[in-house]
Design a protein around this ligand. Structure first.
Ligand SMILES: *[C@@H]1O[C@H](CO)[C@@H](O)[C@H](O)[C@H]1NC(C)=O
Ligand SMILES: *[C@@H]1O[C@H](CO)[C@@H](O)[C@H](O)[C@H]1NC(C)=O
Ligand SMILES: [Zn+2]
Length: 442
């Protein structure tokens, strides 16, 4: 009996040891990050003193997770506060007369609720849908399945890339020669699950929709879809920490580079951090990360030959449609055109389900950032129609990145409507004319 007891005790210990020795400690569910009683605050900075206070707070304590940095007065700032700091936060707000509110009292509640809409790993890709969130392996299997089903028009593009050895899987859809191409990059930030979900939604629509607008897009553009360009990070959000953003490469004590700060355009400038522990860590050097390298290489090699004239980078949340630049207030040369195209996108979204998206240059619309993929594609690959989407929810969302799965389909629908309207506007402005008469190359 005593021996049996000892054996029973040994079993979990052995499993735990194996898990660690195996290097898969993170896949043990009991090691998952938890956010019980973590709160989301949204505060309005009204004085210079309050701005400085918030800057110090971000520097001093990782119990406060800032979504964006405190920069200037008249700025709304979203901060996730660990439970042991709630009293301190309340005190600070009172003492420094900071106006704001608690958007959410318990992040873990949201994560737990979302759990029932996450399909398990190993799911049959025939059962793929847009009412659930799916693991990386299922998304990849679903892409393979589409290539099999539509082999005459769909081609697989497996890029060998991530730090942990996961593929960055893409597909190219082409129904005829002579088209210009649209590049759709999704999932660069791991926790923004709506992005890969919308990416597969859009691809599926282009493959199956009988609507004439959508068929027109499928027929008259070539499409590159990369649903998860940060596969390691995406996997980690399912297995270990729902709110992880960066890739998973170790840098000393901390891990992860913000891949959307790692591109070779004004690298490590404004709105990026050189601290490996920061959420917007720019990396060891420009394009230090293998994920960035393979994407840059692929785009360099294909931008001209495949005539990639349009680039969409899909993120969440805040409901924005933004064009370059992120790092400077200088206006791009085709600012007016991009302004028009962006506005057509937000109008189409409003008409679909009434959601309000704001459009404008990145630096004017959200916050300064450098080293992002859209600035790079625009500047270094001459992709003239380049946009970053921040999908649902609104800037003061109480759910942030944890968008309920029932919103995947409507978000997909309105995004598709935006693509239809934006590509139509860009076409009217002459961006997709044949190589000889192309705008800007006359
Ligand atoms: C925060 O830390 C950074 C980097 O260490 C430093 O440059 C900055 O001055 C600090 N800001 C404040 C307000 O303490
Ligand atoms: C801050 O948020 C409040 C509430 O959502 C909004 O009314 C206000 O316009 C925002 N201010 C700025 C500067 O974004
Ligand atoms: Zn993002």
């Amino acid at each position: 009996m005593r021996l049996l007891n000892r054996l029973m005790l040994l079993i979990p210990v052995t499993i735990a040891l194996f898990a660690i020795v195996d290097g898969h400690a993170s896949s043990d569910p009991s090691n998952k990050a938890r956010y019980d009683r973590f709160r989301i605050y949204r505060v309005l900075l009204e004085t210079e003193e309050q701005v400085q206070l918030m800057q110090q707070l971000e520097n001093r304590s990782d119990s406060y997770t800032f979504m964006g940095h405190a920069r200037h007065t008249n700025q709304n700032l979203t901060i996730m506060v660990a439970p042991q700091k709630i009293a301190e936060m309340s005190d600070l707000m009172e003492r420094f007369h900071i106006r704001g509110s608690v958007l959410l009292h318990n992040i873990q509640d949201l994560i737990d609720k979302e759990d029932s809409t996450v399909m398990p790993s190993g799911n049959d890709p025939e059962h793929f849908d847009w009412q659930h969130y799916f693991h990386l392996d299922t998304i990849h299997k679903w892409l393979d399945l589409q290539v099999t089903k539509h082999s005459s028009i769909l081609q697989s593009i497996p890029l060998q890339a991530s730090y942990e050895g996961n593929l960055i899987k893409g597909v190219k859809l082409s129904k005829k020669s002579g088209n210009t191409a649209v590049f759709v990059e999704c999932g660069i930030h791991a926790r923004e699950w709506i992005s890969p979900a919308v990416c597969t939604y859009l691809l599926n629509q282009l493959l199956t929709s009988t609507t004439s607008d959508v068929q027109d897009l499928a027929e008259n553009f070539d499409w590159f879809f990369f649903p998860v360009v940060n596969p390691d990070g995406y996997k980690y959000t399912f297995e270990a920490d729902r709110l992880w953003r960066k890739n998973r490469k170790p840098y000393g004590l901390c891990r992860g580079v913000d891949l959307n700060r790692n591109f070779e355009s004004d690298w490590n400038g404004i709105g990026a951090s050189s601290d490996p522990c920061a959420y917007d860590f720019a990396g060891g050097s420009a394009a230090s990360e293998s994920e960035t390298q393979v994407l840059q290489k692929f785009l360099k090699e294909n931008a001209q030959s495949s005539r990639i004239k349009t680039y969409f980078s899909m993120h969440s949340f805040s409901q924005l449609i933004m064009f370059p630049y992120g790092y400077t207030a200088d206006k791009v040369q085709n600012y007016e055109d991009l302004q028009t195209i962006g506005e057509r996108g937000s109008e189409a979204i409003r008409r679909t389900h009434g959601k309000e998206y704001v459009s404008g240059a990145m630096i004017e619309t959200i916050y300064p950032s450098s080293g992002d993929s859209v600035d790079w594609a625009y500047s270094e690959c001459d992709v003239p129609v380049a946009f970053t989407f921040e999908l649902r929810g609104p800037p003061d969302s109480t759910k942030m990145f944890i968008l309920p799965a029932e919103e995947i389909e409507p978000t997909g629908e309105e995004t598709l409507a935006a693509y239809v309207a934006m590509l139509k506007a860009a076409r009217e402005l002459g961006y997709y004319e044949s190589a000889e008469t192309q705008k800007g190359e006359l």
